[in-house]
Design a protein around this ligand. Structure first.
Ligand SMILES: [Zn+2]
Length: 235
């Protein structure tokens, strides 16, 4: 596994917690964590990076401490804020891949678009209640827009509103970490979509193909203008 990898992690919540713990044990050179939340009591059952002593503290501060506890030689930087169009390209700069575990679809599309334009892999996941998905896009594989076409304009429940079961984000964060480790080992899991349905006890993998009319893969989308990511899903 290469030690030259620099990983940007967008979101240090339920998905980011297992991802960050596992990244700390990997041979990556540098991790940057972007998040704008503080630790709340309702987070603790699924955001396993944090304890009661962290309540009220910024997640990025706590996450940095946990990463350095686990791996003192790891280079860690943190950015307090949201991943938004005006800063996305700059935040990705210097990173070899991006991992996303945000709680809204607009950020997921922004990460996907920004990663594709920067020509780096994106490992993404989402979860609501008992179900979720994890996925990897490479610059030359299917992208998130091949998979979901566009951000739904109807109001979509976020995991913060609908709730998510702790073990579901644990499994999906673990799957994200597995995809990352495979990328670091030189594999190419681009286009792999993992679906997890906890109540049915089903974990299923499918391979997504590029859509010939995908606006990102065909080069129609060339920038990250704000209106593409302004939806009712964004708080
Ligand atoms: Zn595409």
């Amino acid at each position: 596994m290469s030690s030259r990898h620099r990983v940007l992690v967008v979101g240090a919540g339920g998905l980011g917690s297992p991802v960050l713990r596992l990244l700390a044990e990997s041979a990556v050179e540098h991790v940057t964590v972007v998040d704008d939340d503080v630790v709340e009591e309702s987070n603790l059952h699924r955001q396993t990076l944090y304890t009661e002593e962290d309540l009220g503290r910024p997640k990025i501060e706590c996450a940095k401490e946990r990463l350095l506890d686990a791996s003192p030689k790891l280079s860690v930087s943190v950015v307090e804020g949201r991943f938004v169009p005006s800063t996305a390209t700059k935040l990705l700069d210097g990173h070899t891949l991006v991992v996303e575990g945000a709680d809204n679809l607009a950020t997921k599309f922004l990460v996907a678009d920004a990663a594709h334009l920067a020509q780096i892999p994106a490992v993404q996941a989402g979860a609501v209640r008992w179900n979720g998905w994890a996925w990897c896009a490479l610059p030359d594989s299917a992208c998130l827009r091949c998979l979901f076409e566009d951000i739904p304009q109807d109001r979509v429940e976020t995991c913060a509103e609908a709730g998510v079961v702790g073990p579901v984000v644990g499994v999906l964060g673990g799957l994200q970490a597995a995809l990352i480790f495979r990328l670091l080992a030189g594999e190419r899991p681009g286009g792999e979509l993992w679906h997890y349905h906890a109540l049915e006890g089903v974990l299923r993998q499918t391979r997504v193909r590029r859509r010939s009319d995908c606006p990102l893969c065909t080069g129609e989308i060339q920038d990250l203008r704000m209106e593409r990511y302004t939806t009712p899903c964004v708080a």
